[in-house]
Design a binder for this molecule. Structure first.
Ligand SMILES: *Cc1c(COP(=O)(O)O)cnc(C)c1O
Length: 356
């Protein structure tokens, strides 16, 4: 039976990515060797990093003066690496969920942290809007898509201080004006590659302003100078990322992914609203994520949750269980998810309602 993979992360990748990665594991570029067993400094592998970097820049229209890095440690290490490199005295953070609060916790190790707004009061079911950013902070940190709660900041903020964004779960899902950001980072395992590689887009002139000594592996400047090759990079994850980037380009780039993502989100949210058995958990339509769609059983049908779970699994749906802090269901409909899979979920919800 066809499986529809709604997992939150690691999550669905394009068939193109998976097949080409499998081929390179068996025989990389006709070399008779696996990509798993060659030097990261070989000519063929350096070409992989160069092409992935170039495609990142092309697809996101990254302006001059920015670098793209492929690092390790996940978004979670970036929670510390960002303040290590940028926080001199004070930083501002927008608290929109578990990941944002983890970033805040790490930043506090390096200086004063001002939380400009938080939606914790209502279990992060909305994005705070009217907040003021102090002008004396070294940067403002935001999480553009809150993977766990299904909320998303859909616009690039205009702020007077350097803007840093965790885009782990919405990178390449919509056009972004990179020039508005000092740093954009994320773990690759939601929209790009298997786990193991972390992307960082960084404005070069933001660096060199903190007084503390920075260990080499934590130092963005060192990684920029070494073009992501200061030490052995996660070769296979970078190779997979390159395949996904090629696939994005073939699909028509970020604009095409965005159009498809809007359509997928629209039909799923429409069904959640129409179907009397379900209800969305995000308070306002404008804050709803187009990547992670969170919903629960309506009060009157609370006892049907387990039934729907089984019904959906029997129809080939995978990874629909909501995060424990929200409960219910979460359909992660990342870039690689085809419209047909979302349609299959919608049909499944309709059928469940009809038989109830
Ligand atoms: C998954 C996720 C993380 C954690 O990423 P790791 O690579 O596991 O450290 C951080 N932020 C967001 C928004 C995420 O979705």
């Amino acid at each position: 039976m066809k499986k529809h993979n709604f997992s939150a992360g690691p999550s669905i990748l394009s068939q193109f990515t998976i097949e080409n990665t499998a081929k390179a594991i068996l025989d990389f570029n006709g070399s008779g060797l696996s990509i798993l067993e060659i030097s990261h400094r070989s000519k063929d592998f350096i070409a992989v990093v160069d092409e992935a970097t170039a495609l990142f820049k092309e697809l996101l229209q990254i302006p001059e003066g920015y670098s793209v890095l492929f690092l390790q440690g996940g978004a979670s290490l970036q929670f510390a690496q960002v303040p290590y490199n940028l926080l001199n005295k004070k930083a501002a953070y927008l608290d929109t969920g578990v990941w944002a609060s983890k970033a805040i916790k790490e930043a506090k190790l390096f200086g004063e942290v001002t939380v400009v707004a938080s939606s914790k009061d209502r279990n992060y079911a909305y994005i705070p809007k009217d907040f003021k950013v102090p002008e004396d902070v070294d940067y403002l940190h935001i999480t553009t898509n809150n993977t766990i709660y299904g909320t998303e900041l859909h616009k690039d903020l205009n702020v007077k201080v350097p803007l840093v964004a965790d885009m782990s779960s919405d990178i390449f899902s919509r056009p972004v004006d990179v020039s508005k950001y000092a740093i954009i980072y994320g773990g690759a395992q939601k929209n790009l590659a298997p786990a193991g590689v972390t992307f960082v887009i960084i404005k070069n002139d933001i660096l060199g302003k903190v007084d503390r000594p920075i260990p080499s592996m934590m130092n963005y400047q060192i990684h920029i100078e070494n073009e992501s090759m200061f030490n052995t990079p996660p070769c296979i994850a970078i190779y997979s990322a390159l395949q996904t980037l090629k696939w994005y380009k073939e699909q028509g780039g970020v604009a095409a992914m965005y159009a498809l993502n809007l359509k997928k989100a629209e039909i799923l949210y429409a069904e959640i609203e129409r179907n009397k058995m379900f209800r969305g958990t995000v308070e306002k339509a404008e804050d709803r994520s187009i990547m992670n769609v969170c919903f629960v059983m309506d009060e009157a049908y609370k006892d049907k949750e387990e039934d729907f779970s089984k019904f959906a699994s029997a129809a080939g749906m995978v990874g629909l269980k909501g995060h424990r802090s929200v409960g219910g269901f979460r359909a992660s409909i990342y870039n690689a998810m085809p419209l047909e899979s979302v349609q299959a979920l919608v049909n499944c919800m309709k059928e469940f309602e009809a038989k109830a």
